[in-house]
Design a protein around this ligand. Structure first.
Ligand SMILES: Cc1cc2nc3c(=O)[nH]c(=O)nc-3n(C[C@H](O)[C@H](O)[C@H](O)COP(=O)(O)O)c2cc1C
Length: 210
């Protein structure tokens, strides 16, 4: 079985999408799996052909403004233009977002459903994971345990569906960790340091856009 994983994070350094790909790949054992980073590299004809001839395509990307980022969009348009001679490929997605609620990814999952209709492929399933920037801090906790409990259960179902080329209901998960603790931890560990790195004061983060 040919599985093709497409990393759609435009982030310069390490991304949560990369971590989610690591989690997913661990389920694929002896299957032929390739991963392409579609936001950072120009793919060769051979790589496009590999994508167009996959049994399963798995898009792994972050939520940007309740939708998909422009680089991934450009890639989707390119792939739509090239088309798929064999329409048997199933499309799956793993979308992660910054806010706590994984449900925020539902609109992006709908965009992918529409793209599948446009190219004539079957939409398989989406896993939407909330609190994305927190996930790398939890990577030493095995999936299915503690704050990664829901994520582990969802990964098990998604990987089972991919390996048997079945469709499933979309799944949206948030960490098994209280929302208020997530807010404190993610602000102190991630958002404030990231703002500082970019020369932005804490107060500015609370400014409302008028
Ligand atoms: C331009 C931009 C827009 C974003 N829009 C949203 C959003 O609408 N909702 C949300 O929950 N997170 C949003 N985020 C946060 C990202 O989804 C989050 O940081 C994610 O974990 C990044 O994943 P990655 O590391 O795989 O790139 C946005 C981030 C950026 C940079």
């Amino acid at each position: 079985m040919n599985i093709c994983i497409l990393n759609g994070s435009p982030k310069a350094g390490k991304s949560t999408s990369e971590l989610l790909i690591e989690y997913l790949s661990a389920y694929f054992g002896g299957n032929e799996t390739v991963t392409f980073n579609v936001c950072k590299t120009h793919l060769s004809e051979e790589q496009f052909s590999r994508i167009q001839n996959s049994d399963a395509l798995v898009f792994v990307f972050p939520l940007y403004i309740d939708g998909i980022n422009s680089r991934l969009l450009r890639f989707l348009i390119e792939l739509e233009k090239r088309g798929f001679a064999d329409k048997s490929t199933l499309v799956y997605c793993i979308i992660n977002n910054g806010f706590y609620e994984g449900r925020q990814n539902a609109a992006a999952a709908d965009i992918m459903k529409n793209w599948c209709k446009a190219v004539g492929l079957t939409y398989g399933q989406t896993l939407g994971a909330g609190a994305g920037e927190m996930l790398p801090f939890l990577k030493n906790i095995p999936l299915g345990h503690g704050p990664n409990r829901n994520l582990g259960i969802a990964f098990r179902e998604l990987s089972r569906n991919i390996l048997s080329l079945k469709c499933g209901e979309d799944m949206f998960v948030s960490p098994n960790w209280p929302r208020f603790l997530w807010k404190i931890a993610s602000s102190l560990k991630f958002w404030y340091p990231r703002a500082k790195e970019n020369g932005i004061k804490r107060k500015r983060l609370k400014d409302k856009v008028s």
